[in-house]
Design a protein around this ligand. Sequence first.
Ligand code: EPU
Length: 337
Amino acid sequence: MQIKHNISLKPYNTFGIDVLAKHFVSIESIDALKQVLSLENYPEIFILGGGSNMLLTKDVTALVLHLNLKGISIISEDENHVIAQASAGENWHEFVCWCLENDFGGLENLSLIPGNVGTAPIQNIGAYGTELKDSFVSCETLHIASRTIKTFTKADCSFDYRNSIFKQKEKGKYIICNVRFKLSKKNHTLHTSYGSISDELTKMEITKPSIQDISKAVIQIRQSKLPDPKKIGNSGSFFKNPVILKQAYNKLKENFQDIPGYPVSDTEIKVPAGWLIEKAGFKGKQFGNYGVHKKQALVLVNYGNAKGTDILKLSQLIQDTILRVFNITIEAEVNIL
Ligand code: EPU
């Protein structure tokens, strides 16, 4: 285990922001993790997974722990299901591909989401009609203060839309080391009702899709709408879709007849933030080397060498404008540091 100093974090965050880690260490085992947490010279730590859901606005003075825990295994199985475990440092999409190669169903709609397995439960990643929580069984964590292992079951995690206990009550207290999923071995439940998936499958001329076909459709949709972080720096959706009261929604509909909305309860409606941002005129807007993606207004992009503070200012301008125009507060989905 080697602690390095003054390391650029540019290759470690999908936004491609160039800030320094004053101290940086790559962690390859739980033992190494326990050891590093006991170092007295580094009282503050910063956990870095795939770096796909963060906007870095300044140098990081805390000790950066780059989680490189690896391994995928089958814990148990019966005729119909398998419990598979992946370590925190496994790339999320590579794990999804492993599931598809083995014909294990459940994660196919979550294909191509950037980031690592260990950070996926924190914000309960979701796309195209499914969320991580639908297949999640448990995760093994290390409690930072006591350096002891604690397992969180699905019920313990309080999963919600882009939310979990790890973003709320237990924020910053645990490091997720590995995650277990319950996956189907046959008679897979397919989720094809999300509009663009069924359209894509029709385009592919597939009437009886396999889980592999669904993954292909999701990949096509994502590649057509979302920028590839390897080419254009971004962090996926920068904002969460706001949930507003039905009354407020109906009022807005008087002025904006085409405003989309998806009921989430008898009294509340979820409105796509991408639509609000587009309507406010930001879609595709470029401000020097950063801006709003031209095909999906929910995604802010770094065209090269943008500063985290520039992107933060743009996000605040967007929030202020949405509040002024629609009287809706939109919250950042990414972690801002
Ligand atoms: N829309 C626009 N303009 C835009 C973008 C969206 O008008 O520029 C409207 C359209 O009405 C469209 C609707 O928004 O029908 C929904 O768009 P889309 O299906 O692309 O989904 P989203 O609500 O914009 C969410 C997730 C994405 C996820 C997709 C698909 C959030 C914050 N984002 O986006 O997640 O891939 O659904 O399930 O919930 C991510 O979290 O990084 C992410 C990309």
